[in-house]
Design a protein around this ligand. Sequence first.
Ligand code: B4P
Length: 191
Amino acid sequence: MFNLILFGPPGSGKGTQSEKLIAQYGFKHLSTGDILRAEITNQTELGLKAKSYMDAGQLVPDEVVIGMVDAAIMANPGVHGFLFDGFPRTKAQAEALDNLLMSHESHIDLMLALDVPDEELMARMLNRSKTSGRTDDADPAIQQKRINVYKNETLAVAEHYRHLDKVVHINGLGSIDDIFAALAAEIDARD
Ligand code: B4P
């Protein structure tokens, strides 16, 4: 089993690169953003709770997200490996993930961290808002809030895995194919 975290600020290309990594390596994709948006579309109780946080550019509470990931791991025994996309986003989520994987006699093998400057993130989110219909993409004040949350709460996750010697930084600027090639080279060196 090879478990990968694709890490980066909002709009850095995690979802975009995840699709290509899954096609190439057959990972089981686990995107907390996608799961939360599906809950909103289906108007579940969880979705209704999550929507107010997401629209405001805030993180959904840890216990909600950790419960979702726990259920997704339990529902997929015997997979070749998970690709965690947009999770963990806090130190508490990282510790919970390590414990969940340990209970399945597994662990995180690698974190690939996409580095993209703030101005480019803002431009990409604004551009995505034209087609995504995502309310959290269109407003520059919400975009800035999301970037601030990333710096204040999520960067600690990279620090957590850096101490475990699991983190490789990848330049997230450039063509989608070139960035994918850089990500794939790191996986190929380990898988
Ligand atoms: P996510 O769904 O994780 O999304 P994201 O960070 O906004 O985007 P991503 O990095 O996947 O960017 P994409 O590939 O689409 O989170 C949304 C919200 O959900 C969070 O704010 C939070 O409220 C909540 N949430 C999710 N997980 C949570 C957790 N664990 N805990 C608590 N709350 C959680 O790329 C962006 C755009 O750039 C696209 O339009 C794409 O086409 C473009 N693009 C990609 N690569 C490019 C490139 N190389 N050059 C130019 N453009 C590029």
